[in-house]
Design a binder for this molecule. Sequence first.
Ligand SMILES: [Zn+2]
Length: 473
Amino acid sequence: MKYDTVIVNGRIVTPNKILNSQIAIQDDKITALGNNLDKDAAQIIDAAGQLVLPGMVDTHVHINEPGRSDWEDYHTGSQALAAGGTTSMVVMPLNALPARTTAAEFKRHRSIAEGKSYIDFALYGGLVPGNLAEIPKLATAGAAGYKAFMATTGTDIPGDFKNVDDYELYRGMEAIQKTGLRLSLHAENPVLTDRFAAEKIANHQTQIQDYVDSRPPLVEVEAVRRALYFAKMTGCKLHFVHLSTGEAVAEIQKAQEAGQDVTCETCIHYLALDVEDFKKIGPLAKCSPALRTKKVQTELWKKVQVGAVNAITSDHSPAPASMKTNPHNNIFDVWGGISGAQNNVDLLFDIAVTTKRLTIFQFIQLIAAGPAELFGLNSKGSITIGKDADIIFLDPTKAYTLKKSDLYYKNKISAYEGFQIHNRITRTILRGKTIFTLADKFIAEPDGKFLFNEKVKEGTPYADDNSRKIIFN
Ligand SMILES: [Zn+2]
C-alpha cells in the first residue's frame, strides 16, 4: 500500500480552495490531494458530510502544571483542546508554579508535558523582574518566544510570575532582541488599572460594570503605544496578546507601516461576548482586558475582517470553580481568566463563518496558518502537501447545547456553558493518527510532541550578530 490513510468524501479546506477530493497520509504527513487515492490505502476514513479543516494552532493557552495542577494539567487541558479541534498549542509560562522563567524550569516543564499532552506543544519562556541572565538560556532550551506582563500580575508566592516595570521591560527587550525571538506582551497600564480599581473598591463599587470601568480601552492603547516605542528603540520583535480594541490594532498597523516587526492576536471571547454578556454570565466571564461594549467589539471585528490581526486564540485561563464564584459580591476578588478552549473552533465558526463575517479561508488563516507562522511552527497550519497531517472534521449541521458533562477541563466550568452551538467537531487527527472522535472519545494514548520554533533550534548559536543573520533571516 502506498498510503497509511486516505480521507474520502469530505469537503477539504485548503488555504485557497475547497476541494471535493481525497487526502492521502503517509508517515505523519499529508502526501497527496486528489482523486482515487483510496485504492492505495491501508486505512480509509469516511468524511461524508464533514468539512475537513487544518487542526487549530492555539498559541495562547495556560496549563498550570506543575504547581497548580488542580487548576489544569497537561492531560486535561490537552484533551479539552483536542476534543475541540486544536492539534497544537503554545503554552504560556504562567500560571504553573514555579513559572517557566529559567532554563531549568523550561526543561522540567517540557519533560512533564511529553508523554502527557494529547496534542503537540511549544512552550513560552517568561520575562520577569530579575531573570535577564536566563533570557538567552531559554532560547537555547527551545522557547518559542517570550511573554511579559505590563499589567499587574502574580502573588507573593515564591516562583509566581510577576509583571515588569518600564525599566525591566526595556532591558528585557534588549536581551530578547539578541535571541531573534518574539516578545509577547499583555499590554495594560498597571498604574491606571490598579488605581482605578482602588477608587472603585474604596467607594464600595464592586459590580461587574465597575470592574469593566476600571480597565477602560485607554489602558490597553497607552501600553501598546509605549511598548511599540521601546521596541522601536531596541529592535525587539513584538507580539501583542489578547487585544480587545480596534484602536490598539490600529497602533500596530501604524508601526508596521513604519517598518516595525510586530504582530497581534485577539481572543474568541472578545469577539463572542460583550459587557452585557458578562453581566448575564457573571464571574465565569471575568477576564483581563475586560470584555468590551458592542461598539468597541464591532471596531475589533472590522480589524479582524481586513486582516490586521494575525491570530485568534483562546487565552484559556483555567482556575478552580471556587475562584470563579463571587460570595462577597465583589467582582474584583474573582479570578480573572476565562476557561473556554474546548470551544475554540466550533464557537468561532458560528460567530465568524456562519454569520459571514469571515470567509472560511480567513477563518483557517486565523486559527491555524497565522498562529503557526508567528511561532515558527513550520510543519503546522494548513492542509498542504508536506505538512503534518493535523486534520479535524467539523460537522456544519450538528447543533448542540454545551453542557458541563461535555467538558474535559480539570474544572468543569466554562464561560460558554448553556450556549447553543450550531456545528461540532467530530474527529481530530494528529500527525495522521485519529486521537479523538465524538462517538468514541479518546482512542489513543497521549503522543503530543515538543515543537521548536523552527527559526531557533536547540543548541544553535544565537548570541553573535553574524550567526543570527544566518539563523533568523
Ligand atoms: Zn493569557
